[in-house]
Design a protein around this ligand. Structure first.
Ligand code: PHE
Ligand code: NA
Length: 433
């Protein structure tokens, strides 16, 4: 509904930050940083965030607010020839959602296992059908929030969930200060070994991670921007979102790496970090169960607010382009996303569903991370930076407008080509090795 609006600026900021802060910050950031040798990674990361992602954030928010429409209607309003492209972007987002919900389900399962007892390990967890059950739970919860609408669902949830995420992150990092590995962790995070900066894989990994982490270039911010008022300063908002997202990632690093170094674990470990290695450490540290519940609880909240934003992109497009109301559209899309996600869920179950030897979840993630994400971002930059000529968007971007037109598309094309050529490892791949 075009009449949907955030009730306040704070609500808008919490919802957009909720979309951005997710599994990507807490566990993917640490994994990618660990695999890329620590602090040096922050150089391309920060550069990409402020020079490329911020302009794209402003672009998306401004397009959403100017056109007051969902992704598909926005593409169509530029030229009906682009309608299909709009649907492709929405399809990519829903594909991300289909496996993101599987991961969200795992997190929920781990949360429950620590709430109810002494936790679990990934191997034990995926021996049974529970991961599939938790995938259902994550899907239903996400659908229930979106069905309640922009204010009553998304905004209301964000106002509870996002402050909780940050409070828990700060509290956990505060506890981590007392660990013997704190000093080494800080050094690992903030002392860049600048010699690795000549490695193109580092740059490619960092640029990919920034766009993933900020949820930018996927039409999510366009959709959320369409619910904001004319007075909101979009550049300032974009900076708030970016700084919050980076802070969440760094805070998570200040929780994870002290544990890693205090317990003699490997910082380069991927998925194992969150689901196997950290749980081992939780089991043997003081207040370990409390720490585990806080960790998986905040991870679940962060994941949920991102899942919700992904689903909203589809629901907004469906309600604006068909006769479906929000409730019906949400039910239909949730069911569809669930079906698409089933093979991903089954790839870490007793069935061990694989295609050419790779778990389906990894395969979907790999194709999304390598192609769908950057290609969507390139489409948005080209269609709204070149094909459309929207005066309010140009005004909002100011000096950032040329960045969106001349810098973002070629840089992303380069990063995509590098990934396709196997220079860098895409998306969750790292975690699931
Ligand atoms: N930004 C979210 C995260 O950090 C995930 C996400 C990626 C959401 C891409 C939408 C699009 O986990
Ligand atoms: Na993020």
């Amino acid at each position: 509904m075009a009449s949907d609006r955030w009730s306040s600026r704070l609500g808008f900021l919490l919802a957009t930050t909720g979309a951005a802060v997710g599994l990507g910050n807490i566990w993917r950031f640490s994994a990618v940083l660990g695999a890329n040798g620590g602090g040096a990674y922050l150089v391309p990361y920060l550069l990409a965030a402020f020079s490329l992602a911020v302009p794209m954030l402003v672009l998306e928010l401004a397009v959403g607010r100017t056109l007051r429409s969902d992704v598909v209607s926005a593409f169509r309003s530029v030229d009906t020839a682009y309608t299909a492209l709009g649907w492709l972007v929405v399809g990519g987002v829903l594909l991300i959602l289909s496996y993101y919900l599987v991961l969200t389900g795992w997190v929920f399962g781990f949360l429950l296992s620590w709430l109810g007892g002494s936790g679990t390990t990934f191997a034990t967890f995926t021996e049974g059908w529970l991961p599939v059950g938790y995938f259902v739970v994550a899907t239903v919860v996400t659908g229930a929030v979106v069905a309640r609408g922009v204010r009553g669902g998304i905004e209301r949830m964000s106002k509870i969930v996002m402050p909780t995420v940050f409070v828990l992150l700060v509290a956990l990092a505060g506890y981590a200060v007392t660990f013997s590995g704190w000093g080494r962790a800080v050094e690992f995070l903030f002392t860049p070994d600048l010699s690795v900066l000549t490695d193109p894989a580092l740059w490619s990994a960092a640029f990919g991670q920034v766009f993933f982490s900020l949820s930018v270039g996927q039409g999510i911010m366009l959709t959320y921007g369409s619910y904001t008022d004319e007075e909101t300063d979009l550049l300032r908002s974009s900076l708030v979102i970016t700084v919050s997202d980076i802070s969440a990632a760094l805070l998570a690093g200040l929780v994870i790496f002290p544990i890693v170094f205090s317990f003699g674990l490997q910082p380069t470990l991927g998925t194992e970090l969150a689901f196997t290695t950290l749980p081992t450490a939780f089991a043997s540290m003081g207040f370990g169960r409390v720490v585990a519940v806080a960790f998986f609880g905040l991870l679940f909240f962060a994941a949920l607010s991102s899942s919700v934003s992904l689903l909203e992109v589809g629901v907004a497009a469906a309600t604006n382009t068909t006769r479906l109301g929000r409730t019906r559209a949400t039910y239909l899309l949730t069911a569809g996303v669930f079906l698409v996600g089933v093979p991903s869920a089954l790839s870490y179950s007793p069935l061990d569903l694989t295609v050419v030897g790779t778990p389906v979840l990894d395969l979907v993630d790999e194709s999304v991370g390598t192609y769908a994400l950057p290609l969507s971002a390139i489409c948005i930059a080209l269609v709204f930076g070149w094909a459309a000529d929207l005066a309010p968007v140009r005004a909002e971007l100011g000096r950032l407008y040329p960045v969106v037109r001349y810098v973002v598309p070629p840089v992303l094309a380069l990063v995509t080509a590098a990934k396709a050529a196997g220079v860098a490892r895409p998306a969750w791949r790292l975690l699931l090795d």
